[in-house]
Design a binder for this molecule. Sequence first.
Ligand code: SF4
Length: 560
Amino acid sequence: MKTLLIAINAKYEHESLAVWCLNAACHRHHITTKVQQYSINDSMQRIWASILEETPDVAAFSCYIWNRELIVKLIGDLKKARPECTIIVGGPEVSYDGSEKEFHPIGADFVVKGEGEERLPLILRAIAEQNLNHAKEILEKPVVCIKRDYTSPYTAEYLKRIKDRIAYIESSRGCPYRCSYCLSSESTKLEYYPVEIIKEDIRKLVNARAKVIKFVDRSFNVNEEHSLKIWDFIREFENERITFHFEINPDILTKRQMDSLLAMPAGLVQLEAGIQSVNPKTLEAVSRVMKVEKAVENLKTLMSKGNLHIHVDLIAGLPYEDMDSLRESFNTIYQIGAHHLQLGFLKLLHGTRVRREADSHGYKYRDYPPYEVIENKYISSAEMLEIKDIEEALDRTLNSGRFTSTLKYLENYFAEPFYLYKGFAEFLKSRGRLYQPIAAAKLFEYLRNYALQIDGINKLELDSFIALDYACSIKNTVLPEFLKDSDVKALDVKRLLEKIPDFGWKKEYRKRFMVLEGRFPTKMEGKITAVENRIIVDTANIDPVTKRADIRPYGIFTQD
Ligand code: SF4
């Protein structure tokens, strides 16, 4: 019996973990399966042809919000082309009450809700024995949450595919929290897998040259001992050009966990922390347990050393979060100074409490995945659109990592950072450029033109920051065309560098170094003041966390 386990990922660089876990579970039961992976960017025809060419007896699809619509089409087509093929569908997008009523009529024979590792092999065996009634009985039995034996999902075939891509790993399953918008809150168990086996798997992924190893553990730091053992272990990969990603709950980080993170080699670890809202009524309504002040304080401390890449999340559209409350949440979370601030929108996922309670908060949301909020009692659809615009401006600027110095400078001209991004969103929109592709250099020009309209802005200071950000992020040592008329200057590097003792001159330095002369902040008598000075940008020296070129005051080289 030929069984395909089919995953359609959100991006090519992701490799679905679920199908490989199911593959490992089937192999443990001596059942042969074949994993087929695609991405939603593959054409429907390519996916369809590739499945059909395999002539499967059983096709099992792993269904998520990003692939549901595609999978619904594929199931319908496959049932017509190969009626003898048994179709199974599982995953978060079918794990809610009544999903059978949607998936059976389109051609799915079996809908597997919740975890599949225990039941899929039994169902496949029953199908192989042509005992379909038994297969149905397996599904009808209540799911018993038994402790799962960990079997490594990383086969030789997997490891061959993962080079330069994102690998997922799971060292625990379940979450002790009950956030009402999250599917993980619907399961009651939390289990940890043996750390020694997880370490072996990490080593396999590092050796296979994965680019990023992402832990899918829902709240990685809940168990202090478990997290510390893994954080201690990964330090040995400091020189392997790999990044480890963890989702954490920042308010409950212990002193030992903070110390461990602060001692990480630069660039080895990325942290993602969902704060979602700072409104106590909102947090209570969604059962999100979070001491916001402590979370912000811990994240600021973690940012201070510059060794960790930090991503924070905020969700628009939660109960009781009106525009003013959202603005406050944004401004509070913004203070952390994280590298990435994700302004997400509530998704009313099937099977979550927030969806069950949608009427009481007046939710209107999209009927199709990802079921994003359109409006509720607290935020109108027009305001939601405004927030979308701000998200777009935020993504293009702060989250791109390109405008760090300019944004810090511009913040001084706004009562709140929220208005800085709101203003830029309106600026781009008025020029028809919001939601349009904009080349990186052009975006610098747009931000400059926006900033030049701000009352009291100092043109030379603004241009100095724009030029600095441009050189550091684009790694181009020539000033962009739109700064040619500016007073900020890119000086002749040869003339300046050859004078520096022990430095000398090499032809390639022209493409490597840039000496900017403008107005830059300098520490004078304990205060940061903008003065006319020079900064040298070294595009061959890249910060492992921010991926920006290194900068130093020119005086450091010349001992001025
Ligand atoms: S949002 Fe995070 S903390 Fe809350 S239930 Fe889901 S996984 Fe757990």
